[in-house]
Every structure is written in structure tokens, then in C-alpha cells.
Ligand binder design. Structure first.
Ligand SMILES: [Mn+2]
Length: 408
């Protein structure tokens, strides 16, 4: 049997910009979170007594690796070395190996793959041989299908594992510049496991052979929600087992709370607090959408939108906290919705919203506005995330919320 940990996309020393109103100790906890997750991964590897750990790319957030991140990785690899556990590392598009790079050294148990696809061998505790194939990025973009140069399964080894930082066809096409591959190309290699990196949402692509993105090890913003960690993999000639181990100290969530039973400020506050108290995670950053009653007085609505309301709902210290990165207030319709565009024209409405959320559609609709001053000079193109949020806000306004901006 071979037992290993599959980790990817650690993004060590991610900057976590924009969390400006966090208290200093919580902010420090957030900034340390990628390191704390790595420490937890190594502790798990030792506790589970694995044969090796795979790091499938984007270990560092930037190719210009911060000294702090290098020191931390070095220290954790030394812990593995002391426990006689090997580590295999490929570098990805974020931490590609730059020309004339001058990096801190790593202990002898760590094997870093080069630019060319290589196959390295390791013997397990039960004296079986495992072949591991992979390559590291030496530039940001790799358009060629590197998968084609991977060798087929080495028959002399008991197991063959592939490491690949790249984009599986069928995912969003913005990733096409990242060593693209198809599932059938992976299958042709006849490996026993594929340890993928690059996509930050944990997912299994197929069962036979087991092909997984382990996802990143710590969420970094509101689009990287839920528990994050690594996969623990055991393979034997007759069995395969893959299980998730959470290692991220901080969880990001998008939470929608229906507090429309509340008819005044006091009830709204109490109900929101009660619901936030039910959150199980120890340290959580929440993008909160509050669905409130359309019977709430508009002055109350204004209060809910003030920073003060957000401040009193937040609690905790670095060890345990609920932090609200944003509260969006939306009015839940009590009426029959007969005036609602989305109910009168469901298909057309959905189509309009989707069109607006695409970059081209948005450009087209806003071109007259944005091509005139002051917007015409040097306004950055909106990110997909920002665009989507902007359109959501517009939808809320059109559908429910005209009263929201009263008195602002
Ligand atoms: Mn990544």
C-alpha cells in the first residue's frame, strides 16, 4: 500500500488586501493563515505516517517568492525530513521558476521537478515502488499540451502517480493558457492517481483513474468559500481511498440570511445575531446578504446599511471570530410579485442578466456611458467578480429595492 497527501495551491504569503478594518490581531491571523495551513498539512503527514507529500504547484503566491514564505516552506520541509517523509514539488503559473532565481535551499527529502517532464521514484514503507511524473512551470503561461509528453505507466513500478498544474478542458476557458489537457489524455497514461493543481475549488474529475484537484489550502477571498485543505490518498492493488482533511484556519463564506420575520430594528438585530451564533466555524469571514421585510421602515433600512450595524454584529479575537466583510441588505417581497420583471418575463429577465454579466454584453450596454468623460479616461476594465457584483446590485434595485437608497 502507498499512502500520501495531495496538496496544491498553497499561495504562501498571499497579501489579503482590502481587509482594512479588521483588528490588528485578527488581521495578523489572516495574513498568517496560508502558513498555518501548511503547518497543519505537515502535522497531518507526520500523524498519518504517509510515504510522501505532493505539492502540485503554486506553493508561493508570486514567482518572486517572499523570504518569509521561503523560510516557512524550508522549515516545514525540514519537519518532514526529520520524520523521514519525502516531498515532491512542481511549480505552477504563480510560482514559476524565474530566470536567475536565487532561492533558499530545501532539505534532501524534497524533490523539485524541472521544466522537462521527469519521472522520479520512491520506495514506500512497505517496500513498493512508486513512480511520480511531473514538471514545473518556467514561465507564466504554457499553452502547449504538456500532457502528451508524460510517459505511460511504468510497468516496473507498483504505482504511477501524475502531478500536473493545469487546466482540464471543460473548465472556464480563461485557463486555456495553463497546460491544458483532457480526461482521455490523462486516461491514456494509465496512471493510478492524478494529483492536479491550479483550480482552487476541490473536485474529483473521474473515479477511474482517480483524478483530483485538491483545491487550495486556504481560501483567500469571498469566491473561495468553505473548508479548504488536502487529500489523503491510499492506494493498494485492490483498493483506493481518497479523503479530505481540512487544514485552513480561516473559512470564507457567502451567507444569505432570511430575517424577514423581523418587523423592526430590535427584532432584526436579534434574529441576525441568533443566526450568526449558529455558525460552526471557529474563524470565519462572511459576505452577508440580509433579506429583510418590506415592512421595515426606511430609516431602519438605513441603519442596517451603516458600518455601525456591521461592527456590532462582529465578535471575537484572533482565536475565534466572525468577521463580516460586507452586509448587503435586500428586501424580500411579501407581495404577489405581479410587478416583478423576473416573474413576468422569467426567461427574458435571466437572459438580460446573464448578458450583462458577460464582459462583452456589459461593454455593449454601457459603451455610450463609458466612452464619454469622465469614464473614458483610464477607467480600468472591471474584473469578472466586480462586474457580477455590480449587476447583482442593479438587479436588487430594479427588483426590490428602490426604497433602499431613500434618504442617503
Ligand atoms: Mn493557484
Amino acid at each position: 500500500m502507498v499512502k500520501f497527501i495531495h496538496a496544491a495551491d498553497l499561495h504562501l504569503d498571499s497579501p489579503f488586501k482590502g481587509l482594512t478594518d479588521l483588528s490588528a490581531d485578527i488581521l495578523q491571523q489572516v495574513k498568517d493563515s496560508t502558513f498555518i495551513s501548511l503547518e497543519a498539512i505537515v502535522s497531518q503527514a507526520i500523524e498519518q505516517s504517509v510515504d510522501f507529500v505532493l505539492f502540485s504547484g503554486d506553493i508561493y503566491d508570486l514567482e518572486d517568492r517572499s523570504i518569509k514564505a521561503q523560510l516557512m516552506f524550508q522549515k516545514q520541509m525540514e519537519r518532514l525530513n526529520d520524520a523521514a517523509i519525502s516531498a515532491f514539488v512542481i511549480h505552477g503559473n504563480h510560482d514559476f521558476v524565474a530566470k536567475k532565481a536565487d532561492h533558499l535551499s530545501l532539505p534532501g527529502n524534497v524533490k523539485v521537478f524541472s521544466e522537462q517532464i521527469e519521472t522520479l521514484y520512491i520506495e514506500t514503507k512497505s517496500n513498493e515502488t512508486v513512480a511520480v511524473s511531473g514538471f514545473s512551470y518556467y514561465k507564466k503561461w504554457i499553452e502547449e499540451r504538456k500532457i502528451q509528453a508524460y510517459p505511460v505507466k511504468d510497468k516496473k513500478s507498483d504505482y504511477h502517480v501524475g502531478m500536473l498544474h493545469g487546466y482540464a478542458e471543460g473548465q472556464q476557458n480563461v485557463h486555456a493558457r495553463y497546460a491544458p489537457f483532457s480526461l482521455s489524455e490523462l486516461r491514456e497514461k494509465n496512471y493510478d492517481y492524478w494529483a492536479l493543481g491550479h483550480i482552487h475549488a476541490r473536485q474529483q474529475l473521474t473515479d477511474n483513474p482517480p483524478v483530483y484537484y485538491s483545491g487550495n489550502t486556504q481560501g483567500r477571498h469571498r469566491n473561495e468559500t468553505g473548508e479548504k485543505g488536502v487529500l489523503l490518498v491510499s492506494l493498494s492493488p485492490t483498493d483506493k481511498e481518497v479523503s479530505f482533511i481540512p487544514t485552513a484556519p480561516i473559512i470564507w463564506e457567502n451567507l444569505r440570511l432570511d430575517v424577514s420575520q423581523a418587523k423592526n430594528l430590535e427584532e432584526t438585530l436579534k434574529l441576525t445575531r441568533d443566526k450568526l451564533d449558529m455558525i460552526q466555524f471557529k474563524r470565519v469571514i462572511i459576505h452577508l446578504t440580509l433579506e429583510v421585510s418590506d415592512e421595515l421602515p426606511s430609516r431602519t433600512l438605513d441603519k442596517l446599511k451603516q458600518k455601525e450595524f456591521r461592527d456590532i454584529l462582529q465578535s471575537g479575537d484572533a482565536n475565534q471570530f466572525v468577521y463580516l466583510s460586507r452586509i448587503k441588505v435586500t428586501i424580500r417581497k411579501a407581495s404577489d410579485g405581479s410587478n416583478s420583471l423576473s416573474e413576468m418575463y422569467p426567461d427574458g429577465w435571466r437572459k438580460a442578466v446573464d448578458t450583462l454579466k458577460s464582459k462583452e454584453g456589459f461593454k455593449d450596454v454601457t459603451k455610450e456611458l463609458l466612452q464619454a468623460p469622465p469614464f473614458s479616461d483610464g477607467l480600468d476594465e472591471p474584473t469578472e467578480d466586480y462586474l457580477s457584483e455590480l449587476v447583482d446590485d442593479a438587479v436588487e434595485l430594479i427588483e426590490y429595492d428602490i426604497s433602499l437608497n431613500e434618504g442617503v
